[in-house]
Design a protein around this ligand. Sequence first.
Ligand code: FES
Length: 220
Amino acid sequence: MAISESTREQMRQLAARYPHARSALLPMLHLVQSEEGLVSADGIEACADVLGITPAEATAVATFYTMYKRRDVGSHHIGVCINTMCGLLGGDAVYEALAERLGVGHDAPTDDGQFWLERIECQAACTHAPVMTVDWEYIDDVTPSAAVDIIDRLARGEEVRSTRGPAIRDFRATERTLVFPDDGLAAEGTPVDAKMLAGLTVAKERGMSAPGVTSSAQEG
Ligand code: FES
């Protein structure tokens, strides 16, 4: 699909944010995904045109990072962390349950185009392993049955809330937030809890500090 003039104008605004315009390529590719659900050939052409680079250079970036997709992701991107902590605590079983329910394998869309399933790397959320993401919002401490239930509720169009963020929207909405972060949802949910602060709490109780770190730096 041809990239609209309004999207091209937003691309130009993104390019103007940076001392070197080509630094805007990453958010521009997310902008394309927010419009089209994938990084299309037309999207690549538009990015290259706005930045004055070749389509091959834009393609090299788009194909290097796994968050950029060359096929339509559909309504919801489903990620399951299978790195060490999540894997040890059941992430592989969560992935297998979802793959069976959705009838799809790694990094691929379902036949109805509603979901995209992907094994993902550590989300820096290991305190709540195993972790699943829906459109990059966290679902913490997930079990295989809870993961399948979330998929079923999304398929029925029911509201699903992330554990520590807002209600799930859809893939394209999240992609737009990655480009324009001020979506008014930053205060939704409970971003920090006692489990996340457990290490810091114990360190303070025991008067522990990292070498070279002053107490004022710790308090900041
Ligand atoms: S290993 Fe899964 S969030 Fe870190």
